[in-house]
Design a binder for this molecule. Structure first.
Ligand SMILES: Cc1cc2nc3c(=O)[nH]c(=O)nc-3n(C[C@H](O)[C@H](O)[C@H](O)COP(=O)(O)O)c2cc1C
Length: 325
């Protein structure tokens, strides 16, 4: 399939401007390799691996599955017992990876190290001001995550329809649009709004290579755009997760004046993992975006990449044809 070239694909040496966003417990070798092999950019999620040595092994496994470029997501969040980020960073560069997606906090503390080792950083953030700051500290590209997204949309609640063109007006480096994308109409729209590609999470979560229970994939296919909850709003650490009895309860407790210790057990990572590992949809909280409403199948990840690109080309041409352009 002919490459869909944009400044983002040229920067990274990939064929199509379609990225599989970092996903905790999901971004493993098979998924990342399938996306890259199809010409997109797959990302191995660093912290899914329990140690930096495990991450190095996962990168080696990915490289066995594809000789095309892939990257690593390094999510850095403030925490009481932070993971050894510097050791994960070291494992990434020692493994020869030259593309990193940072997310969570400012990439600034990592930039000198990544520059010294020839790494191009894509920083994912949820506001124009953070995107501008990321450009200033030297990232190569930005991934701008709108309010629609799974995971952490931030607190500004700006959907992509405004966030993407606002970002286009503010940046001079390549950037991709994230949050709410699942098909070629979305990619076409992102390009028209000024982005150089798209990042997708929920769409790739619901792919054949995604290493989660089939029950979760079936739930995503059955779900509509109404089936998410925003949890942790009163704590100003909002996360968009799938609607279930657990996330309903978390919203109820925190809206009723509860504090984090009151929901700590409900939101425990170990419970969320049971959803993905055992397919028990009510075991805990798990991330999913509004775009569930546009997802109707569970195709191979590579097919998602080629389908999205093919549909985007057709959509761009069809609109012009329809209106006599
Ligand atoms: C199950 C799941 C886990 C995720 N984990 C992470 C993560 O660890 N780090 C991160 O930067 N983003 C994470 N995300 C966010 C995605 O990378 C991406 O930004 C988001 O899904 C885009 O919105 P979409 O789902 O509408 O495509 C996760 C998303 C999902 C669905």
């Amino acid at each position: 399939m002919t490459a869909l070239r944009t400044p983002f694909t040229e920067l990274l040496g990939i064929e199509h401007p379609v990225v599989q966003g970092g996903m905790m417990w999901v971004g493993r070798a098979e998924l990342a390799a399938a996306v890259s092999e199809a010409g997109g950019l797959g990302l191995v999620t660093a912290l899914t691996q329990p140690t930096p040595a495990d991450l190095a092994a996962e990168i080696a496994r990915t490289r066995k599955l594809t000789d095309k470029p892939f990257g690593v997501n390094l999510t850095t969040l403030p925490s009481i017992n932070p993971p050894p980020y510097d050791e994960y960073r070291r494992a990434i560069v020692d493994s020869g990876v030259t593309i990193v997606e940072t997310a969570g906090s400012s990439p600034e503390p990592h930039m000198d190290f990544f520059h010294e080792h020839g790494v191009r950083v894509i920083h994912k953030c949820t506001s124009v001001r953070h995107a501008v700051k990321a450009e200033r500290v030297g990232v190569a590209a930005v991934s701008i995550d709108g309010f629609e997204c799974a995971g952490h949309p931030g607190e500004d609640d700006i959907p992509g329809l405004v966030l993407v063109p606002a970002t286009a007006d503010a940046l001079s480096i390549p950037f991709i649009a994230s949050g709410g994308f699942a098909d070629g109409r979305g990619l076409a729209a992102a390009l028209v709004l000024g982005a150089d590609g798209v990042n997708m999470g929920t769409r790739f979560l619901c792919s054949a290579e995604s290493p989660i229970a089939e029950e979760v994939k079936r739930r995503i296919v059955a779900a509509t755009e109404l089936d998410t909850n925003l949890i942790f709003r009163p704590l100003r650490n909002t996360a968009r997760v799938a609607k279930n009895a657990v996330s309903d309860e978390v919203v109820r407790i925190l809206n009723g004046g509860g504090s984090f210790p009151d929901v700590r057990d409900l939101v425990a990572g170990s419970r969320g993992r049971r959803v993905f590992d055992e397919g028990d949809l009510e075991a805990g909280i798990w991330s999913a975006g509004l775009v569930q409403g546009l997802i109707h199948d569970v195709p191979p990840a590579g097919e998602i990449v080629t389908r999205v690109v093919r549909e985007a080309r057709a959509a761009l041409g069809a609109v012009l044809a329809k209106f006599g352009g």
